[in-house]
Ligand binder design. Structure first.
Ligand code: PA5
Ligand code: MN
Length: 180
C-alpha cells in the first residue's frame, strides 16, 4: 500500500464563522494581553504608562480542536480589539511560517484593518483586511494584522497545519512599518 495515502478519511465539519460558534464547537481560546507583547510597541513609555493602570486584552485567537495532521488546514479566527498604544494601532505579534515556508490567506469577517507583511529581506507591504475580501500572502511573507478601525477586527486565517510558527524572526525584524 502507498504509505503516503491516508488510511482513514480526514476531519469533516461545518461551523459558522463566528468566535462564539467556534467556542461552542470546542475551540481553544488564547488571549494575548499587552504585558505579553510589551516589547513589540515602539513607544515604550506609553506601554509602561498603560500597564501601570491596566493590562488590556489585545486579541483572542479561536483555534478549532486538534489534532490536525499534516494534510489539514489551520482555520483560526482572530478577534483583534480596537485601540492604540502610543500612536500604534493594536496588532498581533506576527510570525513567519517555517518548514514549509508556506502561504496564508486572511478573510475579513467584521471590522477593518491591514495585513502587514514583511519578507526576510526586509521588504514591507500592506494589504487591507475587510469583510468579503481575501488577502493572500504567499510563502516567505511574515505576517501581522493591525486594527485600524473603531470596532473589533475579526478575521479567518487559513494556512497549512504542517507549518512551524517562527515568532523569533518576526520579533527580530519587527516589521519596519508596525502598527501605524
Ligand atoms: O494563522 C495565523 O497567522 C493567525 O491565525 C494568527 O496566528 C493569529 O492572528 C494570531 O497572531 P500571532 O500568531 O502572530 O500571535
Ligand atoms: Mn500564519
Amino acid at each position: 500500500m502507498d504509505k503516503d495515502k491516508k488510511q482513514a478519511p480526514g476531519a469533516l465539519f461545518a461551523v459558522p464563522l463566528t468566535p462564539a460558534e467556534y467556542e461552542r464547537f470546542g475551540a481553544l481560546v488564547t488571549k494575548r494581553t499587552l504585558s505579553q507583547m510589551r516589547s513589540l510597541y515602539a513607544d515604550q513609555a506609553a506601554v509602561e504608562d498603560r500597564l501601570a493602570r491596566e493590562d488590556p486584552i489585545i486579541y483572542e485567537v479561536y483555534e478549532l480542536p486538534h489534532p490536525y495532521d499534516e494534510t489539514d488546514l489551520l482555520v483560526n479566527i482572530t478577534c483583534l480589539y480596537p485601540g492604540r498604544v502610543g500612536d500604534e494601532y493594536y496588532m498581533t505579534k506576527g510570525h513567519f511560517h517555517a518548514r514549509p515556508d508556506s502561504a496564508e490567506a486572511v478573510i475579513g469577517l467584521s471590522g477593518e484593518g491591514e495585513l502587514v507583511v514583511q519578507n526576510r529581506a526586509g521588504e514591507v507591504r500592506k494589504l487591507s483586511v475587510r469583510p468579503g475580501q481575501i488577502s493572500y500572502a504567499g510563502g516567505g511573507w511574515g505576517h501581522r494584522d493591525i486594527n485600524t478601525g473603531n470596532d473589533p477586527l475579526v478575521f479567518l486565517a487559513i494556512s497549512g497545519a504542517n507549518i512551524v510558527h517562527d515568532y523569533e524572526t518576526a520579533a527580530r525584524l519587527n516589521f519596519r512599518k508596525r502598527g501605524n
